[in-house]
Design a protein around this ligand. Sequence first.
Ligand code: ZN
Length: 207
Amino acid sequence: MCAAVNNIYCVGRNYKLHAEELGNQVPVEPLIFLKPSHAAVQLDKAVIELPKQSGLIHYEGELVLRIARDYVPGITVEELVDTMALGLDFTLRDIHNDLQKKGLPWTAAKGFKNAAPLTPYIAFPDREELEATDFSVRKNGVEVQRGNIKNMIFPLQRIVDFIAERHGLGTGDIIFTGTPAGVGPVAAGDSFELYWGERLMGSCLIG
Ligand code: ZN
């Protein structure tokens, strides 16, 4: 378990190319869903067990914000967030597609145990560094995803304001801010490495 994770908010379809690769419409307001805090595990040379016989599993590499204080109206994202990590929003894709078709909640597809592995945190960079640095995911040594906050449909400030106003946002909450294009399948034995620029933030092996 990761220390002191409270609510886990996730933003769906926050990068245009990713929404399009799954055949989804680009949303007009942030699409927010939740994972249970039990889904959070360390992505730090760990072996991560994922559900078996549940159909296709996808990785979604994402920038993750940690909320350091309780939200008050007018607070900036820089004041609100002290550290960030990279995470994988693991998704049972077949089940997710089925749930979406039926209009059912996403919990079975997005909220299973170990569905939210997180690298160790680093200090939240200033805007200049955030925009100058890509995050990337390597699967079995090959880069499969590369993202930058400049390509988000909804900027970080809009996301924290939206979540706070609708759902509440406070100390210990974390936010998965959406995945760029390049999501793909996960199989037992795969390795994942998550990079902030050239810096290796964490790695894991799928059990
Ligand atoms: Zn995601």
